[in-house]
Design a protein around this ligand. Structure first.
Ligand SMILES: [Fe+2]
Ligand SMILES: [Fe+2]
Length: 307
C-alpha cells in the first residue's frame, strides 16, 4: 500500500499592522519583520508543499494591512491558503475595515476559493491528491469579539460535504479551537475564546464519522496546545506575533488506512528582550514537537505506516 509523504506548515496570528509598534505590549514590535522572517524560513524548508494561515492575518481588519500581507506573501514559493480570524473582519460597518465580502474578494485574488453556500468564509479544496483542506469561519464578526461559533448551516454543509469525500484525509482550519486541553486551568482561561462546547461536540462527531482526520488546526489563543481526542488531533498554533513567536512545520506519512503526523515548531526570535512570563506561554514539550499516529476508521488490524 503506497505511502504518501506531505510536508506543510501552519502560521497563525500574524496581526499584521502597517506601522511598527503594536497595540499590546506583549506583541512583537514588528509583525511585518516576523512575517518576512517566516516567509524566508519557509522558502528554505525542503519539499514543502503548502502553507496554511489560521486567522488573525491582520490586527485591525484594515485594507492597508491586507495589501501588505499579500505583498509579503508574494515572496513565498509554495501555495498558501488563508482562513478567517476574529481580527480580520468587522461586520458592524465601521469604515476602514474589511467585512466578510471584502475579505472573500481579497482571498480570491490569491488562490481559488471554492466557497460553501453557507454565507460564511467556509471552503473546501484539495491541495494534493488524497488530501482535503477545509476552512471554517467561526468568527462572530463583531470586531474583535473572541468567542468561536459554528452555525447550524455550517455544520450541516460540513456533514454533507464530508460524505462526498469519504476517502480523503482531512485537514481542518478553524481559528477558534474546538478543544484545547483537558486541564481545568485551560478550561477557565480560554472559555470565552474556544468554540462553544455544544458546537465543538457536534463538529467532533462529524469528524469522527468521517474517520480520516490529519488534524484540526487552530490559532487564536497565542499559546500552543496539542490535544488528541478519540484519535483526532486538535492543534492550536503558537502565534507569529508573540508572546512567543513561532510557526509549525508538519510531516505527514499517510496511506489510505493509516498515517503518522510529525510536527515541530520553529521559533523566530525577535530583537530585544521579552518578558519573563514568555516561558509560561511556550506550552509543554508535546505542544512544540512530537508525533501522532493516525488511523482511518475500521483500519485497526492493518500494519502501520513505515516511519
Ligand atoms: Fe490573535
Ligand atoms: Fe483571534
Amino acid at each position: 500500500m503506497a505511502t504518501q509523504r506531505i510536508c506543510f506548515a501552519q502560521v497563525s496570528d500574524v496581526h499584521l499592522m502597517p506601522e511598527t509598534g503594536c497595540r499590546c505590549w506583549w506583541m512583537s514590535d514588528s509583525p511585518r519583520h516576523q512575517l518576512e522572517a517566516a516567509v524566508a524560513h519557509l522558502n528554505q524548508v525542503p519539499d514543502l508543499h503548502f502553507v496554511v494561515f489560521t486567522g488573525d492575518l491582520v490586527d485591525q481588519a484594515d485594507p492597508q494591512s491586507f495589501e501588505l500581507f499579500q505583498e509579503i506573501l508574494a515572496q513565498l514559493r509554495v501555495p498558501y491558503y488563508l482562513s478567517l480570524g476574529n481580527h480580520d473582519i468587522d461586520t458592524l460597518g465601521r469604515e476602514g475595515r474589511f467585512n466578510r465580502e471584502q475579505f472573500i474578494r481579497w482571498c480570491q485574488r490569491q488562490f481559488p476559493l471554492p466557497l460553501a453556500p453557507t454565507g460564511y468564509v467556509d471552503y473546501s479544496l484539495s491541495p494534493l491528491p488524497g488530501i482535503r483542506l477545509i476552512a471554517l469561519d467561526a468568527s462572530l464578526g463583531q470586531f474583535p469579539l473572541p468567542q468561536g461559533v459554528l452555525r447550524p448551516s455550517q455544520l450541516h454543509w460540513l456533514g454533507e460535504h464530508l460524505q462526498a469525500v469519504p476517502e480523503e484525509w482531512l485537514i481542518l482550519l478553524i481559528h477558534q479551537p474546538p478543544f484545547i486541553s483537558p486541564t481545568h486551568m485551560d478550561a477557565v482561561l480560554f472559555r470565552k475564546y474556544r468554540l462553544r462546547s455544544e458546537q465543538a461536540a457536534a463538529l467532533h462527531t462529524l469528524l469522527a464519522d468521517h474517520g480520516r482526520v490529519v488534524a484540526v488546526l487552530s490559532g487564536h489563543l497565542h499559546v500552543p496546545r496539542v490535544y488528541v481526542q478519540d484519535g483526532i488531533p486538535y492543534l492550536t498554533a503558537p502565534p507569529l506575533v508573540g508572546p512567543v513567536s513561532a510557526l509549525r512545520v508538519f510531516e505527514l506519512d499517510v496511506n489510505p488506512r493509516r498515517g503518522i503526523l510529525r510536527y515541530h515548531w520553529v521559533h523566530l526570535p525577535e530583537p530585544g528582550p521579552r518578558p519573563l512570563w514568555h516561558g509560561l506561554v511556550m506550552g509543554v514539550r508535546r505542544d512544540r514537537w512530537g508525533q501522532i499516529p493516525l488511523r482511518a476508521k475500521g483500519a485497526r488490524s492493518l500494519p502501520a505506516v513505515a516511519q
